[in-house]
Write a new protein. Sequence first.
Lengths: 345, 332
Amino acid sequence: MLKGRFGGFFFQLIALLLAFGFVSLILLSVDASPAEAYKNMFNGSFGSMRKFAEVLVAFVPLLLVTAGLLVTFSSGLWNIGVEGQVVLGAITTTWVFRYFIESDLPPALIITLAILGGMLGGAVWASFTGVLKVFGGVNEIFGGLGLNFVATALTIYLIFGPWKRPGVASMSGTVPFPDEFSLPLLAGLRISPWALAIALAGIVVIYFILQGTYFGLRLKAVGKNFRAAYLLGIPTWQYSMYSFLICGALAGAAGAVQVAAVYHRLIPSISSGYGYLGLMVAMLINYNAIWAVPVALFFAALNIGSIQLPILMKLDSSLSGVLQGVLVLFVLLADGVRQKFARKA
Amino acid sequence: MTQETILIGLAGVLAAAAPVIFAVLGETLSERAGVINLSMNGTILLSAMGGFAAAYTTDNIVLGFLAGMLIGALVALVVAFASITLKQSQVAVGFVLALTCRDLSYFLGNPYMGLPGPRLQAIPIPVLGDIPVIGQLFFRQDPITYISFVAIFLAWVWIFRTRPGLMLQGIGEKPAAAFIRGANVNLMRYVYTVIGGALIGLAGPAYSLAIRAGWMGTISGLDGIGWIALSITIFGGWNPSRAAFGAYLFAFLQWLGLVLQPVLTQVPSQVLQVAPFPLMILTLLLVNIGDAEWVERALAAMPENTRKIMVKLLRAMRASPPAALGVPFERD
């Protein structure tokens, strides 16, 4: 019973129950009712069409980032720098919009250019981590983390410096772009079907690349055993760079969507932590693309649902992060226990 | 700027480095034994919040510090259990804990936001504190800063001058050899990870009960310190004295950023605050670049004299991690 597909499912179910049990204890320790908290979170994300649209708004960048991370994880790289790659995508998209703000080109073309620009910006930023790793021997975790903080500083510098609002610069960001620079939204909601289509296309393409191409196979070979892949004649460092570039482009697309469809300007916290959250999603689905959509949707729902907590229960909205983290932790631990059983059996 | 203000500033640098010193020493011990504790950023935040909450509710500052150490030890125990007993990826577990502990500190710390709490006071040491310059720099600090001085020395002596310290080096470098010499490798890894975690947990209250007294949630400015401490550990080459130097350098640069701010009015303050990060990348590059293949080829192409100088320079900066860092040990 503990072996095979069903065994894995059994342990994941236990991990899920333990995670909710643990978070319930935390809630009880601050004299809050777990049932009420979960109910408020559920209603906050699925209670109305408007709220569910907000979940989708969070789902789009999270899915794009997860799709990119599936590529870097496949090639054995821990791309923590994904957060900064989202930020740079947003910055370059903003730059393209600013560049064309007076032009007579059709808005659809400008938006397309802006999103492509964002993907390019994310890819270039990711290539920095890649070059540091491949040519400088700097572990991608540290290079990426450092660049994340630099990316945030760059955003703040631009908002308070060269791109500041006429008059007084503020944390509310740059001047909002005119309406025609927005990806078309559904009437009365904040979700753009175009953004949703970009995200779903992203995960489908990545699934296809990883499962159905020779490129994907070689990428996974590099990830499983770098040395063996090298001896087999796979150009290993080039494959490491490719995976950084692909992940950076998808993260950049996430940043581009944040500007072109959600905020319509550059704000200091433009990435909203979706890069780090994407790492959690990728770990939770055990780097398996097929589960990316439901798990990313679940995590997005937790994020949006938790916004209700400070309003209705005077609890901090970071509860969603605690729940997500504890869930991933228990799944990792349960997987370790399962493997221990499997070794003994 | 007068000599007096510079001295006060530098004494402040020594105090500001204290939490980073504890974190870096804790991580060094843990990694010397072969376990990366990547949870550091979350551990520091959670122990800062927990330490403050404990000191606030009991009105006992010592209990606050002990609570911080207990939190750090418990988080490290999870890392140890997951990586040593369950053989899961240390990086994955550590990263998840880094995020989870951070969010947990914001969630549980909500009721303590902005409360005025106890704060450690400076205790000048008689006689020594009256020595000009030196007394002012080193001997008019608060107790936790004194402890940070002693901790650097003790950690160095322990690793490089004692028999158990030699065994510790063996566990991280050649666990199989240490095992043959009678060391219980996995037990020792547990012990050092947990002790290291307790030291990391001391960093939190060293902020929230001393140099940045109080708990301010997301605006505490503590988010990120753990990641910096992690890179200082590498910069320090897993050597307590060099790691301490890195921590002081970091604190000095932050102070310099503050001092220079009125001069560099064009640069927004947020940019100066992140100045350590590009420097961190640069130092990691310098520490590691000597191992890169293309550097070796470039060196070979250099004229004799230049090459000698370059090789010396690269070697001085170089730092290699313990050979078995992150590798599970199995007796077979």
